[in-house]
Structure formats: C-alpha cells, structure tokens
Design a protein around this ligand. Structure first.
Ligand code: GDP
Ligand code: MG
Length: 163
C-alpha cells in the first residue's frame, strides 16, 4: 500500500501552511520539475499511527507572482502519477475560481482518492460560504483552517482511511 500524499491547488490557498503544520521533518529533497519553474517540497508525517509522505507543490518561484494554468496542470498531473492520494486545496475567501475549476476537471477523472480541502474557514460565515465548492463536482469537502488546525483532524482521518 502506498503512502504518498500530494497537496495541489492554485497559489495562496494555504498549501504550504498546511504542509508546514503537518510535517515533523522536512526532507532535503527539493525536486525541480524540468521546464517548470515550480518545484516541490517533501516531508514526512503521521496520523493515527499511519506514516505518510507529503508533497507540497508549487509556489516556490522566486521573483514572480505570475502563475500559468499550464504549470498548475503540470503539477496536478505529476501528483496524479506519483501520489497515492491527493489533497486538492481551495480557498473560501476567494471562492471558486476558474483555475479551481480547471484543476477539478483533471481530478474528476482520477482513479485515486481525492480529498477536497476548503481552507481559511475561520468563522461560521465562511463555513456557510464553503457550500459553493460542491459545484466542483468532487463531492463532500473538508472545511479547514490551516493557520489554527481547525477541521484538519477530520481531513486526516479520511486521508489515512483512504490510503
Ligand atoms: P500556498 O501558496 O498555497 O502554499 O499558500 P500559503 O500557505 O503560502 O498561504 C497563503 C496565505 O494564506 C498566507 O498569508 C497564509 O497565512 C494564509 N492562510 C493559510 N491558511 C489560512 C487559514 O486557515 N486562514 C486564513 N485566514 N489565512 C490562511
Ligand atoms: Mg506554497
């Protein structure tokens, strides 16, 4: 049984905040994808006695805030190949964006566990707003707040169950 988990999603949704919260030990490997300026960070974590490797994708490009849909798609495709489960992170503050819809379209075809994490759910209003992410066609989602850890336990329960 595999135990590689990739976190994908567009920039600034909170992927690295979530990753940094979870990992006990960052691995030295920072894997640059050739032809793509975005690289990946690897870490190890465990939950309920289950160990897994976590890959944080994207967002390490220096000197640019530009992100091209093709780069995100490439990270998602790499994650689909490499990972045993995928956490697709979106941001309730910005709501559903065209880039989220693009990623969702790729992930709907995947025959691996995909967990939709709606991040930045810091209050009840945002919890209500999170329902719009059903429109991504990925089913149930996990409302979380990576900054304080709220909701992440339920997400991790489901993740290790799916691995
Ligand atoms: P990434 O580009 O997807 O890796 O996103 P980052 O982890 O770098 O986070 C982008 C911004 O979102 C940072 O300013 C974080 O502090 C903020 N952020 C991350 N998680 C949360 C959260 O749960 N609530 C709020 N309000 N902000 C968050
Ligand atoms: Mg990041």
């Amino acid at each position: 049984m595999g135990n590689i988990v990739a976190i994908v999603g567009r920039p600034n949704v909170g992927k690295s905040t979530f990753f940094n919260r979870l990992i006990q030990r960052r691995e030295a490997i920072v894997d640059s994808v050739s032809g793509v300026t975005r690289d990946r960070h690897y870490g190890k974590s465990d939950w309920n006695g289950r160990n897994f490797s976590l890959i944080d994708t994207g967002g390490y490009v220096v000197g640019s805030d530009d992100i091209f849909e093709a780069e995100i798609d490439k990270q998602v495709e790499l994650a689909i190949d490499e990972a045993d489960a995928i956490i697709f992170m979106v941001d309730v503050e910005s709501g559903v964006t065209p880039m989220d819809e693009d990623v969702a379209q790729l992930l709907r075809k995947v025959d691996k566990p995909v967990l939709l994490a709606v991040n930045k759910v810091d209050n009840n209003k945002r919890l209500e707003n999170a329902v719009e992410f059903y429109s991504l066609g990925l089913g149930e989602y996990f409302p979380i707040a990576s900054t304080n850890g709220s909701g992440t336990g339920d997400l991790l329960d489901a993740l290790v169950e799916a691995l």
